[in-house]
Design a protein around this ligand. Structure first.
Ligand code: ADP
Ligand code: ZN
Ligand code: MG
Length: 491
């Protein structure tokens, strides 16, 4: 924390108020108003045309795909979608905006009144309102470094001009930096599940401005807010908010006033710095875009889009917790991406016991991946390999000890389960007499435990099963072993 420390008591007198504005690039093939490729990383100023450069006489034509993705996102975020929305010109001067205005939406955005539920500190869920979701075009990029004469010059890359964006504006409902973090995490997850954006923050596909003010607890009116820009990870946003909350409390406590302004987050220093006083809406001279007709969406179109929505992450987690007997944390792991959850569920469906597949994936596979610092996609054991292993366990054809050994080999050699199983073909003892002999030995060696069993502590049977399994080097048929141990202990 870079502020002079404020005592927790003083901090606790105040309530932070936070609202987030998130810009998301839509995954279209072409830009929002022209046919230029919508692609990151091309040579500077190669994906440009008269329309996105705003040359005189060029006219915009709305990209239908961008509308479809915006509508999908709006529905996924529980918004009401307007049947008639209006594009508007937002006028300002900036070198990366050759047109001198940005085509956006103003008082009639495509969607309003949505929400996202986020978990709070005490584990309950809290609903964060979404004020509006509107469509707009992106601007270009000023390049301040990377050239021999960057010290004296700024270069422009206009490839990004006209990239389709949606801006999602939250209500000032967020009260802690953790809630802000959760809101962003869930928003991103919903957008990824819906497939409207890749949400890649490094490439700028998802950008967030954080508005924050503080007020004395119990006060009715909001305080003056600062808008923090230029924050490129959710963790930095949390850190920037924490810094900013303390800074504002400090200003007020020392008798000053928070000024409404735009501030920049400096990740290296861990603080925010004043950038400029905040512009007001009227500074932009918004007016309806004369070159575009109103955007009309039929109920039929919206119903079609609604039907396209996948199961949303939160609902999916709830269902999977019940279906596979998972903890909340396990459900989070399995649903971290829609693709992964789809792969898991498609595979689990084919197994004799789907819960076992979940269990193996979360314990044996996840544990080994973590130890090797690998991503799920890099696992040598495929989903069908896990299903095969789960089925063998379910059918008592291998013991869990053998399964662990086979998984060890898979991860050592980078081979899938099927291949390793075929080669190793672990031995299994299914001869009752041989198993009974081992049981007798273990019982003789552990008279104390036998005593306890006879005295009514039947759970201690598990101890005997474990000891015999170990004595058999993991080779005893598990079902037979269980059965024989119970029989022997009872006799
Ligand atoms: P502006 O006109 O400055 O752009 P808006 O009313 O459009 O402000 O709100 C922008 C964002 O700031 C929204 O997410 C909103 O919830 C949030 N916000 C508005 N007022 C406050 C405040 N006093 N403190 C914190 N956040 C606020
Ligand atoms: Zn273009
Ligand atoms: Mg605003």
């Amino acid at each position: 924390m870079a502020t002079a420390a404020i005592s927790p008591d003083i901090l606790a007198k105040y309530e932070p108020v936070i609202g987030l504005e998130v810009h998301v690039q839509l995954l279209t093939a072409t830009k929002i108003f022209c046919g230029c490729a919508n692609r990151f990383g091309a040579e500077p100023n190669t994906n440009v045309c008269a329309v996105c450069l705003g040359l005189p006489g060029a006219l915009p034509v709305l990209n239908e795909k961008a509308v479809e993705l915006a509508a999908l996102a709006a529905l996924a975020l529980n918004c009401e979608v307007r049947e008639r929305s209006i594009f508007a010109r937002k006028n300002y001067f900036y070198p990366d905006l050759p047109k001198g205005y940005q085509i956006s939406q103003y008082d009639k955005p495509i969607a309003e009144h949505g929400w996202i539920d986020v978990p709070t500190e005490d584990g309950s869920m809290k609903r964060i309102g979404i004020t509006r979701l509107h469509m707009e075009e992106d601007a270009g990029k000023s390049l301040h470094e990377g050239f021999a004469n960057s010290a004296t010059r700024t270069y422009l890359d206009l490839n990004r001009c006209g990239t389709p964006l949606i801006e999602i504006v939250s209500e000032p409902d967020i009260r802690t930096s953790d809630e802000a973090f959760e809101y962003l995490t869930r928003l991103k997850e919903i957008l990824l599940y819906t497939g409207v954006s890749d949400c890649n923050m490094e490439e700028g596909s998802l950008r967030c401005d954080a508005n924050v003010s503080v007020r004395l607890k119990g006060a009715e009116r909001f305080g003056a807010k600062a808008e923090v820009k230029n924050v490129n990870s959710f963790r930095f946003i949390r850190a920037a908010l924490e810094y900013e909350i303390e800074r504002q409390v400090e200003v007020i406590e020392s008798g000053g006033q928070v000024v409404q302004e735009t501030r920049l987050y400096n990740a290296n220093e861990g603080r925010t710095d004043s950038m400029r006083s905040k512009e007001q809406a009227h500074d932009y001279r918004y007016f309806p875009e004369p070159d575009l007709p109103p955007l009309l969406l039929s109920q039929e179109f919206l119903e079609r889009k609604r039907a396209e929505l996948p199961e949303m992450p939160e609902a999916r987690r709830k269902r999977m917790i019940a279906e596979y007997d998972l903890s909340e944390q396990d459900a989070r792991t399995l649903t971290a991406s829609r693709q992964f959850a789809d792969r898991f569920e498609a595979a689990a469906k084919t197994a004799r016991n789907p819960r076992r597949v979940a269990n193996l994936l979360l314990s044996e596979v996840a544990g080994r991946l973590k130890a090797l610092n690998l991503e799920p996609e890099q696992s040598p054991v495929s989903m069908s390999g896990i299903v095969q292993a789960a089925d063998l366990l379910e059918e008592n054809k291998i013991s869990s000890r053998q399964l662990k050994q086979l998984f060890d080999i898979c991860f050592e050699k980078g081979e899938d389960f099927g291949a390793v199983y075929e080669r190793e073909k672990p031995q299994q003892i299914t001869d009752s007499a041989a198993i009974e002999k081992l049981i007798d030995e273990v019982i003789t060696a552990n008279p104390g435990q036998l005593e306890q069993y006879r005295a009514g502590k039947t759970t201690i049977a598990g101890f005997f099963v474990g000891q015999v399994m170990r004595a058999s080097k993991g080779q005893a048929n598990p079902a037979l072993l269980n059965q024989l141990v119970i029989k022997k202990l009872g006799s």
